[in-house]
Design a protein around this ligand. Sequence first.
Ligand code: UD1
Ligand code: MG
Length: 465
Amino acid sequence: MPGSSETHVVILAAGQGTRMKSSLAKVLHPIASRPMIERVLETANAVDPATTTLIVGHKADAVREQLGKNPNLWFALQQPQLGTAHALQQAEPLLAGRAGSLILLSGDVPLLRPTTLKRLLETHRGSGAAATVVTATVDRPYGYGRIVRTQGHISRIVEERDASPTQRQIKEINSGIYAFDLAPLFDALRSIASQNAQGEFYLTDLIAIYRRRKLPVEALLIENAQEIRGINSRSELAEVSRLVRQKKNEELMAAGVTFIDPATTYVDPEAEIAADTVLHPGVVIEGRTRIGAACEIQAYVRISNSEIGDRVTINSFCLISGAQVATGAALGPFAHLRPGTTVGEKAKVGNFVELKNTNLGPRSKANHLSYLGDATVGADVNVGAGTITCNYDGVNKHRTVIEDGAFIGSDSQLVAPVTVGKGAYVGAGSSIVTDVPAGALGIARGRQNNVEGWVKRRKGSPGKS
Ligand code: UD1
Ligand code: MG
C-alpha cells in the first residue's frame, strides 16, 4: 500500500492535570528550564514522522502559543476532555486517508529516550502487531495502568482505580506510549465505552478490544523504568527534574567536569561544559550556556544562556545572563552581567558591579561598586570604584565610550552620550557631560576650599557647645 511505511505521531496534551493544582497547563510546566512538552516533541523527531499532531484542550491557547511557531506541528482540539481514547479520536480527521504506523505519546511522559522510541517502531513493524504497548516493571506501580497477562501474553490494561486488589499487585505498568497500525485504529476506538471509575473513555481499553477481535497486540518491556515516569503531581515533577539533572551531571563528570556536590548543582541538559572546570555547590547553569575548560565556578553562581571561555574564575553569588566572558577573565563576588554584555580576555569585574549591554575590553578592570550600561570600554581601562554610566535620560538610552588605556577616577558619573578618549584621565568625583579628548584630564567637580582655623573658631564662640 502506498505510504504504508509512514509514521505519524500524536501527542496527548489536553488533560487538565488536576493533581498539579495549577493555573498553568501541565505540559507547560518546565523540567530543567524547558516546558515538558518541548522535550516530548524533540523525542518524537527520532522516528522522523510524516506528521505530528498535538491534542490540546485544557489551556489550549497557552499551549499553542508556546509551540505555535513550528509549521510542522498540527493541533487538534479536544473539547471537552473525555479521556485518552477520546483525545486520540480528535486526530482522526487530520489523518484521514493516511496509512502506516501511529506513535502515541503522552505530553506528561518527558524522559523517554529517542532510541527507545525507535526501538518501539522497529519492534512494532517487525512483529506486524496492530498495537504495541511500552511497559516496564516498577517497585511502586501505584497510579499507573497495570498490564494483565494471560499465558504470558498481554491481554488487557486495568487502570489503578478500576483494578482489583490482586491486579493492584501487578508490577508491570503501562507507559502510555504505544505504536498502532493506523488501519483498524479509529474504527476500534469508537467501540470504547466509559463504564469505569472515572466515567472516561480509556485508550487502555483498546487492548482487550483488539484481543477479542483477534488483532495481534504486543508489549515492549523496557529495562529502564525511569524513562517512562509520568508527571501527574508537583512531587512527580520534582522527582523527574531531579532525574534529568542527575543524568546530565553524570555525563559531565564522565567528560571530566568536577562537581564538588552534584546533588546541589543544577545544569540544564542543553548546557555544555569542558573538562577540568570545577563547579562548587549551589551553582545553577541554565539554557544554552557554554563553559570552557579549567574554569572555577564558586558557590551560588547562576549562569543562563551565556558563553564562558577557558580558565575563567567566577566568584560566589554572581548572576550572568545572555553574556559572553572571554578566556582568563575573573568575575565577582556579587557581579551582575546582563544581556548583551561581553567581558574581554583577562578582564576583571569585581564586587557589586553591574554590566548591561556593555563591552569591557581585554585586561580592563571594573573592580568595585559600578554600573556600566550601554558602554563600550576599550582595552586596559581602569574603571574606579563607584563609577556610573548615566545611560538613560528618562526617554532614551545613550552610549558611553571609554577608549583604550583610559583611567576613570572613583565615584565619577559619565553622562551619555559621552566619550573618554584614548589614555585620558577622569578625576575622581567628576560628573563628565562632554567628551574628554585623548590624553587629557577631565575633571568636573566643586573646587575644594579649606577654611583655616575654622574648627577652633567655631568651638571657641560663646553659646556653642
Ligand atoms: C495514563 C494511562 C495509564 C498509564 C499512564 C502513564 C489511560 C486511561 N491511562 O494514566 O494506563 O499508566 O497514563 O503515564 O490512558 N489527556 C488528554 N485528554 C483527556 C485525558 C488525558 O489529552 O481527556 C492527556 C493528558 O493531558 C496526558 C495524557 O493524556 O498528557 C495522560 O493522561 P493522564 O490523565 O495523565 O492519565 P494517567 O492517569 O497518567
Ligand atoms: Mg499522566
